[in-house]
Design a binder for this molecule. Structure first.
Ligand code: ZN
Length: 208
């Protein structure tokens, strides 16, 4: 049981990934987590991360390869955040072929950009931990937390300009992968407009 999870920012990949690995007992291979772990041990990566530079395909591919070949991944894995570019996807194919590992499906959570922007740029958080969305779950009072009445904050990552930049990168680098996996017959398109529960059901139906 080996899978890849893809989708634009704000499509709920993180939440779905957790649900999938919990239900099916496979390993969550998240490049985000790997970066956080590697930053402690790997000097090259920590320098790049600290300077805000993009990490090269070569470094990412090697990191994923090392993680993929660890013993626990043999029971099955879900790749999340990788591959992000066509070069990474082709490198992954070489690794998988050499190790005789097969990908059963590539889940693509499809969500139009208009919705992505609403979900992310509408997000507001409170220092008490409460979170809101001005479009979907607005606070009772404008920009004030329902619980502690503090002023709500918009995280830098959620600012519309930042989200639009991420979507541009996604459109040019990651979107071509959808066609790549479609041609391989591995792509399973998931309707990301549905509720969290229904999205999970759509994915689960394809894991057997
Ligand atoms: Zn609060």
């Amino acid at each position: 049981m080996n899978y890849i999870l893809m989708g634009p920012p704000g499509a709920g990949k993180g939440t779905q990934a957790k649900k999938i690995v919990d239900k099916f007992g496979i390993v969550h291979l998240s490049t985000g987590d790997m970066f956080r772990e590697d930053t402690k041990s790997n000097e090259v990566i920590s320098k790049l991360v600290a300077s805000g530079q993009l990490i090269s395909d070569e470094i990412v591919v090697n990191m994923v390869k090392n993680r993929l070949l660890q013993e626990d991944a043999k029971k099955g894995f879900l790749l999340d955040g990788f591959p992000r570019t066509l070069v990474q996807a082709q490198a992954l194919d070489v690794i998988l072929e050499a190790e005789n590992i097969k990908i059963d499906a590539v889940f693509f959570i499809d969500l139009e950009y208009k919705e992505v922007i609403k979900r992310t740029s509408g997000r507001r958080v409170c220092s008490c931990g409460a979170s809101y969305n001005v479009f979907f779950i607005p606070p009772k009072e404008d920009n004030k937390c329902d619980f502690c009445k503090k002023e709500l904050i918009q995280r830098d990552d959620d600012k519309e300009e930042v989200v639009k930049n991420r979507l541009t990168i996604y459109e040019t680098q990651t979107k071509p992968l959808i066609e790549y996996y479609r041609q391989k017959g591995a792509l399973v398109k998931i309707d990301g407009l549905k509720s969290e529960f229904e999205v999970f059901n759509q994915i689960s139906e394809n894991i057997k």
